[in-house]
Design a protein around this ligand. Structure first.
Ligand SMILES: Nc1ncnc2c1ncn2[C@@H]1O[C@H](COP(=O)(O)OP(=O)(O)OP(=O)(O)O)[C@@H](O)[C@H]1O
Length: 485
């Protein structure tokens, strides 16, 4: 019996109980693994190591479990404190039936979790597995449909991928936020996962049964914002609807209101939002009656709110009301260590049920040299293009990545002998007749993406100014940003 629990005598699922059960479960299972409370591997048996194709058990000790088993749900078990008694986990081409159990210290705090692989051959379970797959697909489809109505969530905390200290801290704070019904302010550049975290907080919170309503303040014309927020009373103005038109606050009743790009909120509306948050009531447009509201607000921005307050463009009283708990998400270029694990996860999403595509270590290293102004969203788009253009469905290599990686931030050329793959890629990117002619659509898309990135960089990520600089409306800019490639 390995000494997993040395410093954690406990109760709940007690050390004594686990000690009795462990040898039996370990023997009976096709593999066993344990993690500490930070979801880092503290022990793995040789059977599991060989199932995972690992050379030995030592190399993975201390590593975050998701960096070894990308789909592991051990972090969820640690977050929730609940066992997952029966789960089907995908690992490369294998599907494994797994049981996961948390264990606690004597203060009742989670100090780690163990997992046992019950079956590594799912053949006898084929009917069950097919049913599971069908239900899983149905669930995904239902979640997508619900998210389109703007009332549901697609993400939970396990979807926020990253093992860097900064990513783990963001997740830790998200868990804290979920446990308390307080306003949260998410700070981070575009594409860093602010919405993923906002939805995760909602999903983990006591309000998860209520609606999650998102509103992007930068994408709504200023003259419509107030009606969008607070609704419109029947017959409020000429041509207004005879019925009450509900605003986002009313739609979010009992749930969470996600204010994306709160830094783009006009000052007049800031005052009204502050009042709504303080009084917990709103006044629909054209009405003299107040409506009580029960919503938790999660706000997000990529703007520098301190600077905006200093310039008088953001109310400090609103800032302090929103910023009860702050979660900072650093840009991807400041946590390049997350790129490998993100690639694994994003490729899974991109392959969407088709045969899995792997990415070579050299290709990840190449991706790590880029500055990622569009952060994880841009990484997703680059991988998607690489996947589409890849000749081999199984592996993305540096040749493919080099073809799709935006040019301005490519690493400086290194001596030829140190990068044979790169030279090979450079030769291959021509048409073979010495010309570099590419389809016009691709050239235009690249030029557009470069212009958007340059404008964002010039304006310190201020999207309103970047849109103005490019001579397009904010909503068109947003649309293009979302498809940034
Ligand atoms: N840490 C992460 N792990 C997995 N996916 C992520 C992560 N961060 C972002 N993404 C993905 O990147 C895309 C953009 O994420 P999201 O919309 O949450 O970013 P955002 O910070 O809210 O961006 P914006 O400010 O432009 O609205 C989504 O497809 C999301 O799934």
């Amino acid at each position: 019996m390995p000494n997993l629990f040395e410093s954690h005598p406990g109760h709940g699922l007690t050390r004594e109980l686990i000690e009795v059960l462990f040898p039996m479960c370990e023997q009976a299972s096709a593999g066993a693994i344990a993690v500490d409370k930070h979801a880092c591997i503290s022990w793995i048996n040789s059977r599991y190591a060989s199932l995972l194709g690992l050379a030995d058990t030592h190399g993975v000790i201390g590593r975050p479990i998701r960096s070894v088993i990308p789909h592991s749900r051990m972090p969820e078990v640690l977050e929730s404190g609940q066992p997952l008694l029966l789960d089907i986990m995908e690992y490369q081409t294998q599907q494994l039936v797994v049981t996961r159990l948390p264990f606690f210290d004597e203060q009742g705090q989670i100090s780690g979790a163990v997992a046992f692989v019950l079956f590594d051959d799912l053949q006898p379970l084929t009917p069950l597995v097919s049913k599971y797959r069908r239900l899983h697909q149905d669930l995904l489809a239902a979640k997508r449909a619900l998210a389109k109505t703007g009332r549901g969530t697609r993400y939970h905390l396990g979807d926020f991928i990253g093992a860097s200290a900064a990513a783990l801290e963001a997740k830790r704070r998200a868990r804290l936020a979920a446990a308390r019904d307080i306003p949260v302010l998410l700070l981070g550049e575009t594409g860093t996962g602010k919405e993923v975290l906002a939805q995760s907080v909602h999903t983990l919170s006591a309000r998860s049964g209520g609606p999650f309503v998102g509103v992007n303040l930068a994408a709504i014309p200023e003259n419509l914002l107030e009606a969008e927020f607070f609704g419109v009373a029947p017959g409020a103005f000429t041509g207004a609807d005879k019925r009450m038109r509900k605003g986002k606050f009313q739609h979010a009743q009992g749930g969470t209101l996600f204010l994306d790009e709160v830094g783009d909120m006009p000052l007049g509306l800031q005052a009204k939002l502050l009042r709504a948050l303080q009084e917990r009531e709103i006044e629909p447009l054209g009405s003299n009656q107040v409506v009580p509201v029960d919503v938790r607000v999660i706000a997000a921005t990529s703007r520098d709110l301190d600077a905006m307050m200093a310039e008088g463009r953001f109310r400090s009283d609103l800032y302090y009301r929103l910023n009860v708990l702050e979660i900072k998400i650093p840009p991807l270029r400041e946590r390049r260590a997350d790129i490998g694990i993100l690639c694994e996860f994003l490729l899974e999403d991109i392959c969407n049920g088709q045969e899995r595509t792997e990415i070579t270590d050299a290709a990840v290293a190449l991706l790590s040299q880029h500055d990622w102004p569009g952060n994880v969203r841009e990484l997703h788009n680059v991988l998607e293009r690489a996947f589409t253009m890849s000749e081999s469905a199984e592996v993305l290599d540096t040749d493919t990545i080099r073809r799709v990686l935006p040019e301005p931030t490519l690493a400086p050329e290194r001596p030829a002998e140190s990068q044979p793959e790169a030279d090979h890629a450079a030769r291959d990117s021509s048409n073979g007749d010495g010309s570099d002619i590419r389809p016009l659509a691709a050239v235009l898309a690249r030029a557009e993406a470069d212009a958007i990135r340059a404008a964002l960089a010039r304006c310190g990520n201020n999207r309103t100014r970047a849109a103005r600089l490019l001579g397009i409306s904010r909503s068109v800019f947003y649309d293009k940003l979302a498809r940034l490639s």
